[in-house]
Design a binder for this molecule. Sequence first.
Ligand code: DGP
Length: 114
Amino acid sequence: MTDCLFCKIALGELPADIVFQNEDLIAFRDVNPQAPVHVLIIPREHIGSFADAASEHQGLLGAMCLAAARVAAQEGIADSGFRTVVNNGEQALQSVRHLHMHVLGGRRMGWPPG
Ligand code: DGP
């Protein structure tokens, strides 16, 4: 989508601190980190949220989960523990309407989320 911030990052039209990418996904550091490690994993294809995903996206969604584990290992937080979060829609406080998985780690987390 032309007016989508994360589509622009995926296309290289906006800068980002990229930690991993392949033909389907791109992972980059969150501009407003909530933990010592805070990476966002997005599909290059524009999908608004999980609510907009279709059965044809099944492989892509699985690849996002595997990429989260890969990023955690790469960032040195796989053993200490990490959290993956996908905010979907208004009440979950999704602020960017392009599906993204947060990968957070490097500190002890709280539960439940606020
Ligand atoms: P969410 O609330 O789940 O929609 O999270 C959106 C995240 O995206 C938020 O943690 C801040 C991050 N973010 C917003 N704009 C940018 C940007 O231009 N670059 C980067 N790297 N992160 C961004």
